[in-house]
Design a protein around this ligand. Structure first.
Ligand SMILES: CC(C)(COP(=O)(O)OP(=O)(O)OC[C@H]1O[C@@H](n2cnc3c(N)ncnc32)[C@H](O)[C@@H]1O)[C@@H](O)C(=O)NCCC(=O)NCCS
Ligand SMILES: Nc1ncnc2c1ncn2[C@@H]1O[C@H](COP(=O)(O)OP(=O)(O)OP(=O)(O)O)[C@@H](O)[C@H]1O
Length: 203
């Protein structure tokens, strides 16, 4: 069996940045955001359910889901967010389980599940250890606004839709402080893995 590690954080806290470092170590990373995107492709069961709940207005001209429009609804209305989560999350779990199965069959030593909502959605049963990528709220908002070209209000709404990172720190087995440089983050990651008996170097 592979060792399954959950990588989590908040929106724009640096999960993808750390994921990329893990990929450079030839470790398989399964990204819940990518699986969630695939789960709502045209023709998938979740796609139809989203239209049934949110209406045709949620579609782009080409029939795909307008993610910007859906985001503008669910990051401001908790009820709608929960509705969307109920549709999409079971499909994401199923897809991630399949990937874990495959990695185990390939006798991979470690597999990483990059799940932003690992603690909110109580998915820790899927992993043996957890790593949290932490940043201060101020840095998080600044990086989010810059990366997604969002107003401060829109960035605040997204951050507020998740459990505060200060609370997630208490739940994680290990924490990477990503307020500093990329090099400092790389060093912390290597140390955490080494502490768990996983000796890796960047390729
Ligand atoms: C709302 C949607 C359409 C916005 O799409 P968009 O392309 O703008 O963003 P993307 O999917 O890349 O997500 C960016 C980040 O937003 C945060 N986020 C996404 N969905 C949620 C949610 N339901 N609750 C809280 N935070 C969320 C996560 O930190 C995620 O990393 C999309 O995020 C979605 O379908 N969300 C529901 C599925 C879900 O919960 N995904 C998160 C991991 S399972
Ligand atoms: N240590 C760092 N120093 C400077 N910028 C950083 C650092 N870490 C990440 N960033 C930048 O901050 C932004 C958010 O990082 P990243 O995309 O890795 O976050 P994420 O947690 O994967 O976000 P999401 O959940 O929204 O996909 C990116 O623009 C990234 O380049």
């Amino acid at each position: 069996m592979s060792l399954v590690i959950g990588l989590t954080g908040g929106i724009a806290s640096g999960k993808s940045t750390v994921s990329n470092m893990l990929k450079e170590m030839n470790i398989t990373v399964v990204d819940a955001d990518v699986e969630a995107r695939l789960a709502v492709d045209k023709g998938e069961p979740a796609y139809q359910k989203i239209i049934a709940e949110f209406g045709q207005d949620i579609l782009l001209e080409n029939g795909e889901i307008d993610r910007q429009k859906l985001g503008a609804i669910i990051f401001y209305q908790e009820e709608k967010r929960q509705l969307l989560n109920q549709i999409v999350h079971p499909e994401v779990r199923k897809r991630m389980m399949e990937k874990i199965q495959k990695a185990s069959e390939n006798q991979e030593e470690v597999i990483i599940l990059d799940i932003p909502l690992l603690f909110e959605s109580k998915l820790t049963f899927m992993v043996e250890k957890t790593i949290l990528v932490y940043v201060d709220r101020e840095t998080q908002l600044k990086r989010l606004m810059q990366r997604n070209q969002l107003s401060e209000a829109d960035a605040q709404a997204r951050v507020n839709s998740q459990m505060p990172l200060a609370e997630k720190v208490k739940l994680a087995n290990a924490v990477i402080d990503n307020n500093g440089s990329i090099e400092e983050t790389k060093k912390q990651l290597i140390e955490i893995l080494a502490g768990w008996g996983i000796q890796k170097t960047y390729q």
